[in-house]
Ligand binder design. Sequence first.
Ligand SMILES: [Fe+2]
Length: 418
Amino acid sequence: MSVQPPNGSSNAFVWPEEGLNAVPDWLYTSDEIYQRELERIFYGPTWNYVALEAEIPNHGDYKRSWVGEAPVIVTRGADGNVHVVENRCAHRGAEFCRSLTGNSKEFICPYHQWTYDLDGSLRAVPFRRGVKGKGGMPADFKLSEHGLRKLRVATRNGVVFASYADHVEPLDQYIGPEILKDFDTLFDGRPLKILGYWRNTLYGNWKLYHENLKDPYHATLLHTFLVTFGLMKAGQKSAMIADPLGRHGTMASAKGDEEEGVDQKAVNKEMRKMIELELEDGRVVGFVPEFKSPWTVTMQTIWPNFITQRELNTLGVRHIVPRGPDSIDMYWTMFGYADDTEEMTKLRLCQSNLMGPAGFLGIEDNEAIKWVQEGARRSVTEKGLTLLGGRDEGTSDTLITEAAVRSMYRYYRGVMGL
Ligand SMILES: [Fe+2]
């Protein structure tokens, strides 16, 4: 049972005395903390992933998306530019766009048929002048003052980000060179081809998903599939990379590239294979080299709502949509490149079995995150430990550390005033 502040006062949120070596349960369960996160993080000076440009290639294409909890629509306007507008009619606030994707010349709110251009400008209001001189909008009503709320938009090699903040640093500076290196390996400017989607609701706090991908310790312990089929071993060449602020991360590893001087027998003893199994079809864990990168796997967390995944030859992104302190909706988009051969597309699809809510790897993360949330919500103890690697923070070349989790919370505590 996590302790809630008695009077809702933020002074009641006291971080444990262990500092960054502990994480308090109220971080995952408190409504007040969650509201502050929406305001300061998701609607604050951050770049939030909203779509891939390949999803809206033609004029008039649109896609429903979210920034934090807020519904938005990503559009390709008549001008060819990408726009992100709030999915909320300027009149009565209806979340009017109901289809996930589509193509249209305009948006019409079904409630009173207020009509907007794809860039969010208000074009028409029915009965604006009333009927027979009665009713209607006031004479000084200006269409130009009542469009949909427009968000700032930035794109990089086909990935679209949006921000509610008026002032946010340029996207390349926001992501930073340490993280852009592997981001640009995946998104190298080649046109993408969308291969498919998954959606799932996960009963865990949104930060647990970031923690999971900044916690390389769990990879060979939770994911017995990795160990059983030789995809990953503790002791193989790997890195956990953080940006200087600690908010973003890249978990990287190289299959088959074992570090020198590692006692493999001792390592194998720590990693538990559930049963001795062999795969009938090895393609799912195979790798066809195609990137200029030392890594066969890179999983990136880009603060606050975006995950890029390059696992062998299967490629994708995940979009975190928070739904209260104890739940997220996860949107997975799998893709390849427009110039892929049919064989490569088949390989990407075959290996995509590793991913998604029921993937050979994805399913276990979902379960583990749910268990942590249940522990935080139901038990009497009030904090978890992040002791691995002592007080180290930031980038590390070992998997057996929680250094990147600590850097994330150092940054987070600054933003949140905790
Ligand atoms: Fe995992």
